[in-house]
Design a protein around this ligand. Structure first.
Ligand SMILES: [Mn+2]
Length: 227
């Protein structure tokens, strides 16, 4: 089965639409949180996630909007009640089985206090080996990751709404996980709402990591479950 994964859309519904278009048909769509942006809600993003039947968890930005200080933002006249109710009904953690594989999805970290940023070089990543799952899906960092930790494959699709990762030249991205092969494919695309980044300001320069990339060609990163 193909599992499409998006995260950290941050109200960028134009980018989310492009991600889903480029992704093509998937058996499951996951959204790993931060679909909104602090005090800004997005009817459009909720509408897309609802229409696609996404499995969606809340991140720290949903928490802000749903909390005490988000009261005024939630009351804005343009905020559609049914879309807001949809967001408010989502869990902060999903544990499920897809195609016989155990999957845990949380926005930041499965461990207290849950808001840690887990990068491939974070000391905390080794703790994820203790999780009884085949896949742990994370968001929060806006930084692509597919790391095997023990028997757990940790996947972060990067951000499909607010690029923060110099390694991929501040492109947006999503991931597709194939449960049959354990393969994770990342696809980078430019933010439709922003002017193009001047590549000369990127560490490594135009000759660096991003320069040779054919944007039409998704990057393939292969992971195989140990036999
Ligand atoms: Mn975020």
């Amino acid at each position: 089965m193909r599992i499409g994964i998006v995260s950290d859309v941050h109200c960028n519904h134009q980018a989310l639409a492009i991600a889903l278009e480029r992704m093509g048909p998937v058996d499951e769509l996951l959204c790993a949180g931060d679909a909104v942006y602090q005090f800004r809600f997005s009817n459009e993003v909720m509408r897309i996630l609802r229409e696609r039947g996404a499995r969606y968890i809340t991140g720290n930005h949903e928490e802000v909007l749903l909390g005490k200080w988000g009261e005024r933002a939630r009351a804005a006249p343009w905020v559609r009640a049914d879309d807001l109710a949809y967001m408010a009904a989502q869990p902060s953690r999903i544990e499920t089985r897809i195609d016989g594989k155990r999957l845990l999805m949380v926005h930041g970290s499965p461990f207290e206090p849950h808001n840690e940023y887990i990068y491939p070089n974070s000391p905390a990543i080794s703790r994820l080996a203790r999780i009884d799952a085949d896949y742990v899906v994370l968001g929060h960092t806006h930084y692509q990751m597919a790391e095997r930790v023990g028997r757990v494959l940790v996947v972060n699709p990067g951000s499909a709404g607010e690029a923060r990762d110099a390694r991929n030249a501040f492109h947006l991205s999503y991931a597709v996980l194939d449960t049959a092969t354990g393969e994770v494919v990342f696809d980078d695309f430019p933010d439709p709402t922003r002017a193009a980044v001047d590549r000369s300001i990127i560490p490594g320069g135009p000759a660096g990591h991003a320069a040779g990339r054919n944007e039409a060609q998704p990057r393939n990163i292969n992971f195989w479950t140990p036999g």
